[in-house]
Structure formats: structure tokens, C-alpha cells
Design a protein around this ligand. Structure first.
Ligand code: CP
Ligand code: NVA
Length: 301
């Protein structure tokens, strides 16, 4: 049975910790194993990407494997070949799929009809590889994750959902401040709480900022929501991560952003640049975390 990484809850608690520590070990030792020697990973990207695509391609090469990059425009996916047929074909050529797409159910189809591991490289619902990298970024600064108060200010989107699941796996306290109508999926929230996550959901950004060790934000309109940009700009007024909100957080508070950032919208240039070290560490950690995730799906962890 292939192992899949579709959301953070796919990692049992012990495995989540193992993946985190392994990513740190890979980073510190600049380890290049031959785990993927002779193996091919296919990247299917139905949305744009800089970090996820490049970090996965480089990670696979460092592990001795090779990649094939597919987009809908250049494959039969864009001409309505059913995903279940694509899954069965690609499973006969390659050893894993890394997929960026829209609905999470597309990953479920690939899992159901294919026979190789599937890794979520971002869907509308989750961005688990990113948030695992972000947790590594916190862990490097504050090893005791359970002691942390983390705030999310902005859209209840794919990133927010993965943070919710990360709270269940790593034990930090998470306060999400989202405008009315842009709250996270309540089913995802309930499941994480059932698994022990300590989560507060509010419409007050000041509540999320107050006393925070880490504050997170993300774009107000995610990929696929471009037509909603203006409506969202109005709805998210007061949710910009700026000096006034930062003044409520702990003086040592660090800001995280998965990138790309829209300065002047969800974050000011001042707050972004004051936290650039942390933000670009998150981006670097994508590379180390992708390797650890690949080790996990291939059963090496
Ligand atoms: N953070 C992130 O996933 O970036 P890309 O969209 O560039 O991959
Ligand atoms: N929420 C953003 C994350 C980009 C990495 C999006 O889905 O576009």
C-alpha cells in the first residue's frame, strides 16, 4: 500500500515529529542520500508555483532521482482526459506524484486509481508541505513547540487549514482571526479539535495578535480567487499585519508568510522586511522538508 501525504493529519503524531526532526537533520548535515536512485517523481501543477516546484525538483535531484513536470496546457489533462485514466497511466511510468491542483477530491481520485504515493503540493483546501516547513522554522527558533502562542490573521484558506491540522500534531496554541464569511472549514476545525488541537476562532485580529510568539498571514485572494480581489480587499479591512497589530504581540514575536506576499495588502512592507530572516528561512526550509516528506512517503522514516 502506497503512503500518501494529502494533509498534515495523514502523519500520525509520532511520524509528524519524525518528519520534522529529519528535515532539521537533513538541513544541518546537507545530507544527500540516494533514496530515489533510479526513481522518477512526476509533478502535476495546475496552478503557478515558484517555491514548491523548484524545491521539489531540487530535493528529488539531491536524493538521486529525476522529475517530470506536467501542466494541463501541455498534457491531455487540459483536454479532459479523465484523472482516473491519467492516474493509472502515470503509475506505470513513475514512482510518486506531487500534485498542485484545485479541489482536494482530485487528489483522492489519483489515490484511488493510481498505485503510487501522492503528495499534496497545494490544493484549495490544504498546503501541508508549506506548513510543515513553517513548523520547522518555528522549531529552529523555539524547540518547545507546545509552549507557543501562534496567531493567524486573514483568510480561512488552505494555509489556515494546514495550520489547524499542525496545531493538532505539534501542540501549540493557535488563534485564527478571520473576517466574517472567510472563516476556515468547520469540519476541518472540529476534526483537529477532536485530536487535541487548542484553537480559538475569532473575528478580532487584535485577539490573535495579543501575546503572540508567531504571527502568520497570507494573501487575501488565493490562486483561483482573482475575480474576488476587490470584494476581499473590502472584507479584509483591519486584517493587515502592520505595526499597530505587532505592538500587541510579544516583543520577540516573529512574522511568517508562505509567500508570495502582497505588500500593502495583508502585510506592510515594514513588517515584512523586519521579519525577512524568518520568512526566507521558511522558503529555504521547503527544500529540506520536501526531502523528509519524500522519505516518509517512500517508507524510509
Ligand atoms: N509558498 C508557496 O507554495 O509558493 P509557490 O506558490 O511559489 O510554490
Ligand atoms: N493561499 C495561497 C497560498 C500560495 C502559496 C494560494 O492558494 O494561492
Amino acid at each position: 500500500m502506497a503512503r500518501h501525504f494529502l494533509s498534515i493529519l495523514d502523519l500520525p503524531k509520532d511520524d509528524a515529529r519524525k518528519v520534522l526532526l529529519r528535515a532539521k537533520q537533513l538541513k544541518d548535515g546537507d545530507v544527500r542520500t540516494k533514496l530515489l536512485d533510479g526513481k522518477t517523481v512526476i509533478l502535476i501543477f495546475e496552478k503557478a508555483s515558484t517555491r514548491t516546484r523548484v524545491s521539489f525538483e531540487v530535493a528529488v535531484r539531491h536524493l538521486g532521482g529525476s522529475t517530470v513536470f506536467l501542466t494541463p496546457n501541455e498534457s491531455q489533462l487540459g483536454r479532459n482526459e479523465p484523472l482516473k485514466d491519467t492516474a493509472r497511466v502515470l503509475s506505470r511510468y513513475a514512482d510518486a506524484l506531487v500534485v498542485r491542483t484545485f479541489g482536494q477530491e482530485k487528489l483522492d481520485t489519483l489515490v484511488q486509481w493510481g498505485s503510487i504515493p501522492v503528495v499534496n503540493a497545494l490544493t484549495d483546501e490544504h498546503h501541508p508541505c508549506q506548513v510543515m516547513s513553517d513548523v520547522l522554522t518555528m522549531h529552529e527558533r523555539t524547540p518547545e513547540l507546545c509552549s507557543l502562542k501562534v496567531g493567524w490573521i486573514g483568510d480561512g484558506n488552505n494555509m489556515a487549514h494546514s495550520w489547524i491540522e499542525a496545531a493538532a500534531r505539534f501542540g501549540f496554541e493557535l488563534t485564527l482571526a478571520c473576517p466574517s464569511g472567510y472563516t476556515p472549514d468547520l469540519g476541518i476545525l472540529a476534526k483537529a479539535r477532536e485530536q487535541g488541537a487548542r484553537i480559538v476562532l475569532t473575528e478580532d485580529p487584535q485577539l490573535a495578535a495579543r501575546g503572540a510568539d508567531y504571527l502568520n498571514t497570507d494573501v487575501w485572494a488565493s490562486m483561483g480567487q482573482e475575480a474576488e480581489q476587490l470584494r476581499r480587499e473590502a472584507a479584509f479591512e483591519g486584517f493587515q499585519l502592520n505595526d499597530a497589530l505587532m505592538a500587541l504581540a510579544k516583543p520577540t514575536c516573529k512574522v511568517m508568510h508562505c509567500l508570495p506576499a502582497h505588500r500593502g495588502e495583508e502585510i506592510t512592507d515594514e513588517v515584512f522586511e523586519a521579519n525577512a530572516d524568518t520568512i526566507f528561512d521558511e522558503a529555504e526550509n521547503r527544500l529540506h522538508m520536501q526531502k523528509a516528506i519524500l522519505e516518509w512517503v517512500f517508507g524510509a522514516l
